[in-house]
Write a protein that binds this ligand. Structure first.
Ligand code: 4AD
Ligand code: MG
Length: 465
């Protein structure tokens, strides 16, 4: 008999499945016993909902049934009947049970519900089996799929940028080295420097912090591209919003100015929320009930509200006039802290905010200089509870100005000569942005810690396996 997924059974019209025989396979979430009957809640990962399995003890060996405990993996064949229980329309009455894997009750750590998220982080190998993480990882899948769908439907090409690279796109020097040199016996040049010519690539290499610079090469040929891959930052930020390994989506578009860029980003965010509200309504509903009672309202609100657009300079004025007691002082030129961002988004505007035209000193070298020579065509998108989820800009497309910015920022020419060359040959106005995948996951799931929206989080001093 062919196995059927539990989701399929539960979404079917009960009339069409009642009275039929089915085979289901999954993991036992709970087992409740009354006199001669057991009720097993079976979950196979296809949905947050469990299928109730009714086991008549007289049909099975007693010692065999003892092994079917919370966490064990089983296959069950039987007839679907109408359920007398009010919460579920159907249940499966077991005729035949196969036990694939036991989960000894004295050792299996997920015996009861309600473990803390901190505890579950320590058992990253088992936490996908909880309701919470099942929901989160299903949402993660649907989010990734909807991102590809959004761009594909718009005619963007998925452009693969390298993971191992020689250039530091953001210029922050927060890169993880990639090397095959023997760390116990590092070869040196006659001047006493590390001799990278003996390294695997013959050059100093690292894991990428962003695919943008290479993405621009794609956009300046294919028109509209996006990247979607892992990025790595060795910044020592132990916060609820920073990972050392995270995923980023970076669209890059030829002939887009900063306004086109903002319009695309806003449309993108709304598209993804709308998609998830439909595709994941059960999982989102679960998270709304369990963790964040305002989650669904917040998502609907964001969907229905035009984002507030203002310049960095205007934001500084609002913050200065706010009479708030910020920990970090506010003045023109300062990099905004999350307390400032959250004040703007959550208290002042109560909606997502797009901040533009930041001082050039606090932004990367590639952003297009404004006519004032002081600010650049940057745009950051800030959302409630999370802060910055998108960073982007119009790119400097003028050869001389870009050359100047590279020098001012002390970016080694050997690392970016190829990037500069695109401003010599067929340069064109273009723009792009980067969406932090896990930051967006925080926003759409209502979870409070970025470690809980990626299966295997990497943060300073923390890597499980
Ligand atoms: O603002 P960032 O640093 O921008 C870039 O990397 C540009 N090259 C993007 C572009 O224009 N193509 O990073 C973009 C986004 C941030 O807004 C944030 O959402 C996320 O990436 N991000 C992180 N997410 C998790 N952990 C970290 N350590 C992150 N650093 C950035
Ligand atoms: Mg940023």
């Amino acid at each position: 008999m062919q196995r059927i997924k539990i989701k399929e059974l539960l979404i079917a019209d009960p009339k069409n499945v009642i009275g039929n025989e089915y085979l289901v396979k999954g993991w036992v979430r709970t087992r409740r016993e009354s006199k001669n009957i057991s009720f097993i809640a079976l979950n196979d990962g296809s949905t947050i909902n469990h299928l109730q399995i009714v086991v008549d003890h007289s049909k099975f060996d007693e010692d065999f049934l003892k092994k079917i405990t919370t966490g064990s993996a089983i296959g069950v064949k039987g007839e679907i009947l109408e359920s007398p229980a009010p919460k579920q329309p159907i249940e499966l009455h077991a005729d035949d049970i196969e036990l694939y894997g036991e989960a000894p009750a004295d050792e299996y750590p997920l015996q009861k519900k309600g473990h803390s998220l901190e505890f579950l982080r320590e058992i990253a190998h088992l936490r996908p089996r909880t309701n919470t993480f099942g929901a989160i990882f299903r949402i993660r899948h649907h989010l990734a799929y909807s991102i590809h769908k959004f761009f594909n439907d718009k005619g963007f090409y998925y452009f693969h940028t390298p993971i191992i690279t020689t250039s530091d796109c953001e210029g922050a020097g927060e890169m993880f080295r990639v090397t095959t040199l023997d760390l116990y016996n590092i070869p040196l040049t006659s001047e006493g420097n590390i001799d990278f010519s003996q390294d695997f690539f013959g050059k100093e290499t690292a894991l990428t912090v962003s695919g943008q610079l290479e993405g621009e090469l794609g956009a300046l040929a294919l028109g509209e591209i996006y990247t979607f891959g892992p990025t790595f930052r060795a910044e020592n930020s132990n916060t609820t919003r920073h990972l050392a390994e995270f995923w980023m989506i970076e669209p890059e578009m030829a002939f887009y100015d900063i306004i086109d860029n903002m319009n695309l980003a806003e449309e993108f965010i709304k598209y993804l929320i709308k998609y998830l509200l439909e595709a994941c309504y059960e999982d989102l509903g679960f998270l709304n009930n369990m963790y964040d009672k305002e989650l669904l309202d917040r998502l609907h609100h964001v969907l229905d509200t035009p984002f507030e657009r203002l310049t960095y300079t205007e934001a500084i004025e609002i913050l200065q006039n706010s009479k708030q007691n910020f920990e970090f002082p506010i003045y023109w030129g300062v990099d905004l802290q999350s307390e400032h961002e959250r004040f703007l988004v959550e208290k002042y505007f109560n909606k997502p905010v797009i901040l533009t035209d930041y001082p050039k000193e606090i932004k990367a070298f590639y952003m297009k200089l404004n006519d004032d020579d002081k600010t650049v065509k940057a745009m950051d998108i800030l959302v409630p509870r999370v802060g910055e989820i998108i960073g982007g800009s119009q790119r400097e497309d003028n050869y001389d100005k870009l050359f100047q910015r590279i020098k001012e920022n002390h970016v080694p020419m050997k690392d970016v000569w190829w990037y500069l060359e695109t401003r010599k040959f067929g340069s064109a106005p273009h723009s792009g942005f980067g969406l932090g995948f896990e930051r967006f996951m925080l926003f759409v799931t209502g979870m409070g810690n970025i470690r809980d929206v990626i299966p295997f989080p990497r943060t300073p001093k923390n890597i499980e396996f």
